[in-house]
Write a protein that binds this ligand. Structure first.
Ligand SMILES: Nc1nc2c(ncn2[C@@H]2O[C@H](COP(=O)(O)OP(=O)(O)OP(=O)(O)O)[C@@H](O)[C@H]2O)c(=O)[nH]1
Ligand SMILES: [Mg+2]
Length: 387
């Protein structure tokens, strides 16, 4: 979960802090050379930043003027390889010295800034990295622009440059994922029965998530009833009933092909008659383009007026989830999301893009096939985990 996103952000802060430290190198020439090697090893963006390290006493920073002249590619490649070989050899011989130099560069003697031009290659690299981690383009551009502004405005100094950078990344993600949350238990306390409709593409995990939620409500002292609103897919009713047996939840169902609105209606009546706290309405898996099924959902919405309409989507589906969610939102109106199969998603960008684009909360995330594999989604906690 979130592994790739975490890795990409860590690599970004590592490179920028390396570059900043390099700009701020103090001390005699001997130490400086060793230190430079250490930093340049940690800062692959060195071409943009590394060529003109200002002397320690010079606290003004390079103007955003022309880039140094670029040598022919092959020649440059040969030089890079030779330098790497020599550096590796020297590093082996001078390990203790480099260790000492490392300490020197990690202590800032003054304040240092990075210019917009210097930052540019790093930010461009970050944008690509975010796209790789399933963050959608607009979201990635937003993050890079805002983070870039924060970094350029900041004066870095002291020993904790990486910490300072991490704080800026955190702040940017918090702003990007800023969104109201939904407290399901609070809602269940306020209204009885609380009626929740689940919808989303087929195979996303709607039925499984409904079962997990029944277990969640039960654990917190609330009773639930299922409405078998998927009268479309073979075996869907039996699947829900099985979950009902396992979680101790009653299932209200009609025959296959019946009107899902009628099933939901009966489930609400059953909840009212039996003092049940929550009605969980399953629906057939559908693509947002399937007009008949969308009409069916609209009818449930019109007649039953659910308190919450929750879109269940696979985190694995990456950016495709955005167009699906937008279309369902346009047609039916959504209150929030549950992202499933997070356990199988090593990238992590889907949640960030979903919240940023739709401005609606991810309430829970599915992290496995067991009933207990449902985690409340707290943006702050997630950000702590990835930055
Ligand atoms: N690993 C993992 N698997 C999940 C998760 N949630 C659901 N699944 C699996 O995904 C598959 C599909 O789940 P369903 O609950 O049947 O999905 P659905 O959206 O109801 O599918 P349709 O009724 O066909 O539209 C099942 O094998 C589930 O066990 C999760 O969080 N993690
Ligand atoms: Mg289902």
């Amino acid at each position: 979960m979130f592994d790739l996103l975490k890795k990409k952000l860590a690599s970004f802060t590592q490179k920028i802090s390396g570059a900043l430290e390099k700009k701020e190198q103090p001390g005699p020439a001997q130490e400086k050379t060793a230190a430079q090697k250490t930093v340049s090893e940690e800062a692959p963006g060195k071409e943009a930043l590394g060529k003109e390290t200002p002397p320690a006493e010079e606290k003004t920073f390079p103007q955003e003027t022309e880039q140094p002249q670029v040598e022919p590619r092959l020649q440059k490649q040969a030089v890079v390889e030779e330098t790497a070989r020599v550096e590796a050899e020297e590093k082996r011989k001078l390990a203790p010295k480099i260790g000492a130099a490392k300490k020197i560069v990690s202590v800032f003697t003054g304040k240092v800034r990075i210019s917009e031009n210097e930052l540019k290659p790093f930010v461009e690299e970050l944008e690509l990295a975010l796209l790789e981690a399933d963050v959608e383009q607009n979201t990635a551009t937003h993050i890079c622009t805002k983070l870039g502004e924060k970094i350029v405005q900041r004066e870095f100094g002291g020993q904790k440059v990486k910490e300072q950078l991490r704080e800026l990344v955190k702040e940017t993600l918090e702003e990007t994922m800023k969104c109201r949350t939904i407290d399901l238990l609070g809602k269940a306390r306020e209204k009885k029965p609380l009626i929740i409709l689940f919808l989303g593409p087929n195979g996303a995990g709607k039925t499984t998530t409904i079962a997990k939620l029944a277990a969640f409500f039960k654990k917190n002292g609330f009773s639930a009833v299922f409405a078998a609103g998927d009268t479309f897919r073979a075996a869907s009713i039996e699947q829900l009933k099985k979950h009902g047996e396992k979680t101790g939840t009653r299932t209200v169902s009609h025959a296959y092909g019946a009107d899902p609105t009628a099933v939901a209606f009966d489930a609400v009546k059953a909840a009212q008659a039996n003092s049940i706290d929550v009605v969980l309405i399953d629906s057939a898996g559908r693509q947002e383009t399937n007009k008949n099924l969308i009409e069916e959902l609209k009818k449930i919405n019109r007649v039953i007026k659910p308190d919450l309409k929750i879109f269940v989507g696979e985190s694995l589906s990456g950016q495709a989830i955005l167009s699906q969610a937008r279309e369902f939102d346009k047609e039916i109106g959504l209150d929030g999301f549950i992202l499933t199969k997070m356990d199988a998603d090593s990238k992590g960008g889907t949640a960030v893009s979903l919240i940023f684009n739709l401005k609606k909360p991810v309430i829970f995330m599915g992290t496995g096939q067991e009933y207990g594999n449902l985690e409340e989604f707290r943006a702050g906690k997630i950000i702590e985990r990835i930055v």
